[in-house]
Design a protein around this ligand. Sequence first.
Ligand code: SF4
Length: 452
Amino acid sequence: MENLITSNLENKYYIETFGCQMNVHESEKVAGILVSLGYEETKERAQAKIIVFNTCCIRDTAEKKIFGNIGELKILKRLDKSRIIVIFGCMTQQEGMAELVASKFPFVDIILGTSNVHLLADKIKELEERRARKRGKVIDIDTNERPAVIEDVVPYRTSYPNAWVNIMYGCNNFCSYCIVPYVRGRERSRNPELILEEINALLKAGYKEITLLGQNVDSYGSDRNDGVNFYTLLNKIAQIDTKFRLRFMTSHPKDLSEEVIKLIAETPNFCNNIHLPVQAGSNAVLKAMNRRYDRDRYFYLIDLIKKYMPDCGVTSDIMVGFPGETEEDFLDTLDLVKKVRYHNAFTFIYSPRKGTVAAKMEQIPYAIKSERIKRLIALQNQITLEISETYVGKIKEVLVEDAPKEGYLCGRTDCGRLVNFKGNKEMVGQFVNVKIEKNKASALIGEIVNEC
Ligand code: SF4
C-alpha cells in the first residue's frame, strides 16, 4: 500500500513510464520541464502534485495495464483536487483515444500526444487558468505527420553513467503489425551538429555510455539534404577522442550496411553489440509483415557481422503468432534462431493493433501462439545459457552502472551482458575488469580483478 500522505504536495512530480527506451528518454525530457518549473521528483504517487503517465500502445497488454493504472489515480485525485494528472504518449496519440481517456477517466487533467509534450509548461498554465474559470481539462493531440523536431527541452537524466540521445523521430516503414508510424509520424532526423554537441556535452559531464535512439537508425538523414547519413554520423562520433561506449537502436535488416558494420568493428568506442530485430524466420511471414527483407538478406548481414566482429553480441526481437503463421513458418523461425545463436532475444506473441494492416488479417488461435512462444523461449534460453557458459573464466571489461544494494554492483560488458559483482558504490561510472566466475539465469557473476 502506498503512503497516502498529501501534506507535501506543492512541488513534487511522479512519472510512470510504459514501453521502450524511447519513452524512458521522453520521460527524462518531461522531468526536465517539471524541474525547470521548480518541481522535484518523488517515487511515491501519493506525494506528487503532478502525476504523469507516459504511455505505450505497442501491445494490447500494455494498454490494458495503463488503463488499470490510470483508474488507480482516482482515489488520489479525490484526496487532493489540486493534483494535476497528465497522460501523454503513444497510447493517447491513437485515433479517438484521447476522447476515450477523457470520458473514462474524468479526473485526468491534461492529455497530450507524442509530439507536443514539450508544451507541458504552457498546458499546466492553461489548466490553472481553466480551473479558475471551472472550464475543465486540457486536451491537445498534434495530428501533423511531420511535427517539428524540438531542440530546446533539456532532459533531466536519471540513468548515469548511461545517456540516451535521440538522432531521429518517427518511422516510414509501416510494418504491417506496427502502430508506431501512426502514432509517431514520419521520419525526422535531428541536425548532426546538435547531436554531436549533445554527445560531447554528455561526455564532458562524465557520462560513459551513449545510446543513439531512433525507430530505424539506419535511415538517419534520409529526410535531410546535408549529405549526412547514419554512416557519416557514426564516423563523426568515431573521431571523439575520449574513452566511452556507443550503442544504438534500432537497426533495420533491410537498411543496415556493410560500411556501418565495418566501422563498428574498427572503432574501439563502439560496442560489439548489434540489436537486429528479425521478427520472423519465414519468408512468407516476413513478406506479410512488410519487413522488406528475407532470410537470405538476414543471414548475409549476420555473416558480415561475424566476419568483422566474431564475438559480437547480436540480439533480436522475435514475434510468434503473426496472422497466417503456419507450423512450417514457425519451424523456419526456430531454425533461424538456431543458426544465428542470439546472445539474447526479446520474444513476444503478436497482438493485433487497431488501425494496422495485420489487424484486419485472419488471426490464429491464442492456444497455438501460446504453445509456440514456449518453444521459442525454451530454445533461446538454452542458447543464451550456452553462450553465457563461454564467458566463465574469462576477464571482461565492465562499465559499472549501478549499486543495487550495499556492497554489490552491476554493469555490462560491451556485448551488453549483465554482470553482478562486489564493490562499492563510488565505482559506478568506472570501467573495471571482472573475472566471470559463474553463470546464473539472468546474469553473469564475477569478481573485480583490477580497475581499468
Ligand atoms: S521499422 Fe517497422 S517495427 Fe520498427 S517502428 Fe517502423 S514500422 Fe514499427
